[in-house]
Design a protein. Structure first.
Lengths: 292, 347
């Protein structure tokens, strides 16, 4: 018999590079990706990027309009707005990443268990999820701040908890789907234990859905952080945060609109960027969207 | 065929599988018994929905928890029906392995084939990563994949269907199991690739002495590869015989029907291909009757009122237990069938 079986060119091309190419073609997703990358870099290298110390007041130069020395102007205490936006982005990114990480660390294993074992485990986890979904995010955040004191860490925890149910549900749904996929059955038939099947065969199959969930979770967390800091439940002044800046700008909307405009724009840009990237990823990773 | 004399590696006794839902109970397999001797190829044939795959899944312990299983399944003298998941995990892939119908979806798309073969070896034989990889290359060569040293690092999507099925076989035989269950291993493949896969199975049987339970509805495949054939209908055995005998002298009307429905090149010119009228009955009722009676041309009152036992037929020469010709019919057919000989059927 012949041993050299012909393979079509379409098959020899790696699927990974094909998806990357499809993502590159998606203009909106690429725009989002670039903006998101700028935010991530600014957050990572804030001390190098920021022209001034974000917390150092300069009363001689308070409420200065955007200009050459202060590109985005200064606030009521004369602090450089650009530096504060950069540091604010850092806080935003920190919350975005950590809150999503927290939601994943808790949600993914629970979703896997619920989807794989079903029955009693599934009932318990699913009812828990429903309960968490029914609990308003703000009440949780306020309660947590009341008990533990307002801080960036506690805001992160509150936001992370609020994202757990979505992660559980997505993981559970993917697990339910993958449980009956042939290669998972084959892994069981070859003697694979529960841990092997769950972590080596089911979890990798769920990564595309979870990747999309992460890119949606990050902007939600960024907004959440801005919201909590705005309400005084997150980052505490004089630390910089986009929410803290917006909160402080309220009294100066008429004389110094730039105080509100730039942090506001930063929040919008960051959330939009991650959402666009997430949409693009979803289109690329979802096999049903392949024809679009 | 002295195979029947040796101790069977797989022995299924009175296996019954039923699925219960709130409203009805479906008897997918009903008192099925068979033995497989070491190195023997037993073909299980029948229409879709007659319980072939359910039998295989029951033997592997892969049925969903809604299934109720009765009877005994002994693998190498060890009872495995009702074994715990943990025990089954130690047996599956090591003593008994399975090849699935769909090679396109039975491999994990995110792992290299080398890792997927190696996974079984590391689990059951405790090989190191490096040893497992080396053995994976060997196994790929064994199942006829060219350039195995390169292929081992490829992903499933880089392989064709036939190659993937070879990889599945490599995984299945990695730990040298005594029994290999092949559930329609060639159905999803085109004919030329099919021949290659069957050849691999044959050579593995010869080289490793693996017993193979070949589930199929392709009688050409049966004629080519099997030593013995078990014909199933509606969850029950209806006929069992050594392959040559079954093709030369089928006794059950259902077997007649199956063989008659095989398309042969040349043949009798333009004629309508004979078919078996009707459909496989739904399996939620168990009437005291021959299940095949409604579709059978030879059925009479007796067939409608009592169920024929699965009996050894008298004129069978090689009446050694395993090789006996058995059928479940009140009116076993005698007329030498208008069937192809084994060789013709294989074409």
């Amino acid at each position: 018999m012949t041993t050299a079986l012909p393979t079509t060119p379409a098959r020899t091309r790696s699927a990974g590079s094909g998806k990357l190419r499809a993502l590159r073609k998606n203009r909106l997703a690429m725009t989002g990706g670039v903006i998101a990358a700028v935010f991530v870099l600014a957050a990572l290298f804030a001390p190098l990027v920021a022209p001034y110390d974000p917390a150092r007041p300069d009363f001689a130069d308070a409420l200065a309009a955007p200009g050459w020395s202060h590109w985005l102007g200064t606030d009521d205490l004369g602090r450089d707005q650009l530096s504060r936006v950069v540091y604010g982005a850092r806080a935003s990114m920190q919350v975005g990443v950590l809150a999503v990480a927290l939601a994943f660390v808790v949600g993914v294993p629970l979703g896997l268990l619920a989807g794989y074992y079903g029955k009693f485990t599934d009932s318990v986890v699913s009812r828990l999820t429903d309960t968490m979904l029914a609990f308003p995010f703000l009440v949780l955040a306020v309660g947590l701040a009341a008990v533990l004191g307002p801080s960036l860490t506690n805001a992160t925890i509150a936001i992370g908890i609020s994202q757990i149910p979505a992660v559980i549900r997505i993981t559970r749904a993917e697990t339910l789907r993958l449980r009956h996929v042939d290669y998972v059955a084959a892994a069981v038939a070859n003697g694979g234990g529960d841990a092997t099947v769950l972590f080596r065969h089911i979890l990798p199959g769920a990564t595309s859905a979870l990747t999309v969930q992460a890119t949606v979770g990050i902007p939600a967390a960024i907004i959440g952080e801005a919201l909590l800091s705005f309400l005084g439940l997150g980052v505490q002044p004089p630390e910089a945060s986009l929410g803290v800046m917006l909160s402080g700008a309220q009294s100066f909307l008429a004389p110094a609109p730039w105080m509100a405009v730039f942090p506001g724009l930063a929040v919008v840009a960051a959330t939009l960027a991650f959402n666009l990237l997430g949409d693009g990823l979803r289109d690329v990773l979802d096999p049903r969207g392949a024809t679009r | 065929m002295s195979l029947a004399m040796s101790e069977p590696v797989l022995s299924v006794r009175d296996l019954s599988v039923s699925f219960c839902s709130d409203t009805r109970t479906v008897h997918a397999v009903d008192h099925l018994s068979y033995d497989v001797a070491p190195g023997e190829v037993l073909a299980v044939v029948g229409e879709s929905g007659c319980g072939k795959s359910v039998t295989a899944m029951a033997v592997m312990g892969l049925l969903p928890p809604t299934a109720r299983i009765g009877g005994s399944i002994r693998l190498g003298g060890r009872e495995i029906a009702g074994a715990s998941e943990k025990e089954l995990g130690r047996i599956r892939g090591k003593d008994i392995a399975m090849i699935f119908q769909e090679p396109m979806t039975s491999l994990n798309p995110v792992l290299t084939i080398g890792r997927q073969i190696g996974e079984v070896l590391r689990r059951h034989q405790g090989l190191s990563k490096k040893e497992a990889r080396a053995r994976a290359v060997e196994l790929l060569g064994l199942v006829g994949i060219p350039a195995p040293a390169q292929r081992v690092d490829e992903y499933p999507h880089q392989l064709s269907g036939g190659m993937r099925q070879r990889v599945m076989i490599a995984i299945a035989v990695a730990c040298d199991p005594s029994v290999l269950i092949a559930d329609e291993p060639t159905t999803a493949l085109d004919v030329t690739v099919q021949a290659g896969i069957l050849e691999v199975l044959q050579s593995l049987r010869e080289r490793l002495g693996t017993a193979i339970v070949l589930i199929t509805h392709d009688l050409g495949v049966v004629a080519d590869t099997a030593d013995r054939v078990l014909v199933m209908y509606a969850g029950r055995p209806v006929e069992q015989a050594p392959v040559d005998e079954l093709f030369a002298e089928p006794r059950h009307p259902y077997t007649h029907g199956l063989l008659g429905a095989v398309l042969r090149p040349g043949g009798e010119g333009k004629r309508r291909l004979p078919e078996i009228p009707g459909l496989v009955p739904s399996l939620d009722t168990q009437p005291e009757a021959c299940t095949f009676a409604p579709r059978c041309a030879h059925a009479d009152d007796r067939c409608a009122t009592s169920r024929p036992g699965f009996k050894t037929l008298a004129p069978n020469a090689g009446a050694a237990a395993g090789a006996a010709h058995r059928a479940a019919c009140w009116h076993p057919q005698h007329a030498p069938a208008l069937m192809p000989t084994t060789r013709e059927a294989g074409q």
